[in-house]
Design a protein around this ligand. Sequence first.
Ligand SMILES: Nc1ncnc2c1ncn2[C@@H]1O[C@H](COP(=O)(O)OP(=O)(O)OP(=O)(O)O)[C@@H](O)[C@H]1O
Length: 503
Amino acid sequence: MGENKPLVSVRNISKSFPGGIIALDNVNFDIYRGEIVALLGENGAGKSTMVKILYGVYFPDEGEIFIEGRKTVFYNPVDAIKQGIVMVSQIPQLIDRLSIRENLVIGLSILGFGKLARTSRVDKVIGEISGKLGMKIDPDTMAWKLTYTQKQMIEILRAFLLNAKLVILDEALTYLPLEERRRFYTVLDTFKKNGGSSLIITHKITEAMEIADRIIVLRRGKLSGILRREEASIEKIRELMFGEDAGKITYERLASVAPLNENCISIEDLVVVDEYGRRIVDNARILVRKGEVVGIAGVAGSGQKELLQAVMGLIRVDKGRITIIGNDVTNKGVGLVRQLGVGYIPDIPLRHGVSSDNTILENIAVLFQKDRAIIRWDEAREIAVRVMKKYQVLARNEETPVKILSGGNIMKVIVGRELEYSKTALIAYNPTRALDEVTAVMVRRIIKDKAVNGKIGVLLASEDLDEIFQLSDTIYVMNSGKVYGPFNAETAKRSEIEHLMVM
Ligand SMILES: Nc1ncnc2c1ncn2[C@@H]1O[C@H](COP(=O)(O)OP(=O)(O)OP(=O)(O)O)[C@@H](O)[C@H]1O
């Protein structure tokens, strides 16, 4: 921390939204120069609202912000950027048909910071940061060619180009594989050594404890506590986040019953080739029986995302066969798979799983329409109300537009809708990412219950090995497109699975 004077002081900040939602209630904290602070809290605790106030997106109802001791009012993000506060969100803001350099130069110019966007400076910063991250980035590369990780890296570069004193990461690293997240930490660490500060919103307590100097916890809009890293423990943080509900968190294996001897999803010798001619799915053979959860372990980018997309009929299969309850669905498109009663939780669900301008009800109704034409509003409303109750979605009612929900609450709507829809099978990729631990445990229990009592087949890919072990009956591992297994989840050795994931 070094100096005593805070870079940012948040004083008595309160913010309510229409419908009587108190998102923030008299919140106070400081951020010092040269420190990394993590902001934690359950879904809907007020984390995003807090950082949006710091970034001039929302105006507080009450309270004040001080920057280096001076009272400051932000009416928009440009005001915040001028004071050295820059936010990076979960969804990259790049324009696909422009190069990296053009994106940065034009992006900064539009914001009114053209002077900071000289091509030579942009190229220099790209060189420096990509070197630190160990990723080679050519400024002439078109944005559409970049991976999600590379796009997020460009977003962070943008913050440095804007001379940020405080970089806010609003779950910006959530979708990155651990390996790559750690590379970003190195960059933040160097930034910190040079006096820069970071405020990171994350759901992972272990991550907060690994990277942050201090941890701030919000609960139901109030400041619940602030811990220095040395005094923080998982238990203490959970207690501050969830109170008594912390007792519900468990990573014990959920009880199974023997699956039925009936095939639900059968994947035979499946090959998916990417645009460069590489086999991203390489001769996969996987069987999911009714009543069973089959988990695919693997680090991100091992081919599991494409495997699931192929089963859903969302991408082309080059060889092999996929059958769902006896129907050959290979290359027959997503419509047929959906007609068979298959629920789907996609990768980056906030982008691929929901239309944010529409209401909760409309987002549920689209999936339950008959013959893809007639919307059955009464049925959809019933489902929407049930989903909101069961998953404790924080919103006024089912007519609430999805875009004003917190990220975790949007995820609850998607998970709830897809589980309601899953009559024969559920295909899920990281179904609890963006959910707090207590909600994640609840969702895993519901998925398991659907398999055990609803007798559906569940094909689950997750980068979270705890989740794989907690839910699965059978485990496969994917690594560089190849599939290893099956392993019986009860007897499988974690070390063996981990080895196969990274070998
Ligand atoms: N524009 C808005 N209009 C109405 N309510 C809002 C708006 N933005 C946020 N809220 C509500 O304020 C509360 C806090 O939301 P916020 O997004 O700050 O939570 P969060 O801690 O970031 O949660 P998560 O972990 O789920 O992302 C939620 O109940 C949310 O629905």
